[in-house]
Ligand binder design. Structure first.
Ligand code: NDP
Ligand code: PYC
Length: 342
């Protein structure tokens, strides 16, 4: 329930000011504030303002270079490389996205590899950046070992998010973005904060037994969505966005960090597609055919992924972002104490 509301701009100004006061450079603070306010504004509480403290802990622990400047490099291939310089992933993505789009338009498909970044964010803001440029895109990254493979009992995979987007003229893009665990770890942490039990089937306790206790789940292992299918997709992400790009897998990220209370550091893979280029010489307009598919889905009474988010975005843009008194008090506390609040 909302005790106060803030406009997107007001919340952005607070979060940005907070990160600047916490030693982040202006460009890094702005990129972080954009993604956090986007999360809160789209009612994605697991990746909204709640993430500020994890970022803060990473900065305070010296795990992030606060004034990192992303470095872009390209060769003749379709791969755009962005080294985040041990900064947060967000400024690196923002720097590389226009270069990725340009390469994609030239070749029909291009990939962006982000290396050496701390990553805490939802992936849909990145996907929407690319769909806004008329491109289809997918993004994925490891996390840190917290999910048991299907049939196993020990944390090994990360919650490894996977997101996809398809551009739509005159409509919100088709976007899905999910953890490959049953739920994001952030959801479990929010249940712990609220003192509420987890739904069944999310996690196992350290002894391998099913649990609905958030503390036991955080100490034990989360479960992949869809059993062996989610487990396989999660493994693919470890391979493509960890091993293949020469960056850390989730178990390696956990070992390197030595903690699950800081935002994890690893890499990310983003692939962009130019739909018109793929359909060259083939009958039918891919954009029109996609619309037929979306209409058929909606025609059955189903909803498209991200519809809830887009509705929330429209509401928070019109009426403000709702925060509870406890959330606002926590923001005020963070503002007053800066890095000491971590
Ligand atoms: P959810 O399970 O809440 O949602 C996953 C997707 O399914 C969303 O696109 C959602 O759209 C859509 N969806 C939900 N219900 C329906 C429905 N009934 N019909 C159609 N579509 C539906 O997300 P998760 O908890 O798995 O992940 C939350 C966020 O956590 C993601 O943004 C992800 O990127 C982030 N994350 C980040 C990690 C990182 O390491 N950086 C690690 C893990 C997760 P809608 O939003 O509109 O409901
Ligand atoms: O919610 O699972 C999660 C998560 C891990 C890292 C960032 N988000």
């Amino acid at each position: 329930m909302a005790d106060i509301t803030l406009t997107h701009d007001e919340l952005y100004a607070i979060v940005r000011q907070f990160f600047e006061a916490s030693s982040l450079s202006a460009s890094n603070a702005a990129a972080l504030a954009r993604v956090i306010v986007a999360g809160e504004g789209d009612a994605c509480k697991s990746h909204g303002i709640y993430r500020i403290e994890g970022c803060l802990r990473a900065i305070k622990a010296g795990k992030v270079v606060p004034d990192a400047i992303p470095k872009i490099s390209q060769d003749e291939s379709a791969i755009v490389r962005v080294n985040a310089g041990v900064g947060f992933s967000n400024a690196a993505f923002e720097a590389g996205a226009p270069v990725l789009a340009e390469r994609c338009r030239a070749t029909g498909i291009a990939a962006m590899v982000i290396n050496d970044c701390t990553h805490f964010a939802a992936l849909w803001p990145e996907i929407e950046t690319l769909t806004d440029m008329g491109l289809a895109a997918m993004a994925m990254c490891p996390s840190y070992a917290s999910v048991a493979p299907s049939g196993g009992t020990e944390p090994l995979m990360g919650t490894n998010p996977f997101a996809f987007g398809w551009p739509r003229a005159g409509a919100d893009p088709y976007v899905f973005d999910f953890a490959t665990s049953v739920a994001a770890r952030g959801e479990i942490e929010l249940h712990k904060r609220a003192g509420t039990p987890l739904p069944e089937g999310w996690a196992i306790a350290p002894d391998g037994s099913p649990t609905t206790d958030p503390e036991a789940a955080l100490a034990g292992a989360m479960l992949p969505f869809g059993g062996h299918k989610g487990s396989a997709i999660s493994t693919m992400i470890e391979l493509l966005a960890g091993v293949m790009i020469g960056d850390l897998t989730s178990p390696e990220a956990r070992d390197a960090l030595g903690s699950l209370s800081l935002a994890p550091a690893h890499g990310e893979l983003i692939i962009a597609f130019d739909p018109a280029r793929f359909a060259t010489g083939r009958p039918g307009d891919p954009m029109a055919r996609a619309e037929q598919l979306f209409e058929a889905i909606l025609g059955q009474g189903a909803r498209l992924p991200s519809q809830r988010r887009f509705k929330a975005r429209a509401a928070t843009r019109a009426e403000g972002i709702p925060l509870t008194a406890a959330e606002k008090a926590n923001l005020d506390h963070l503002l007053a104490h800066g890095l000491d609040a971590a």
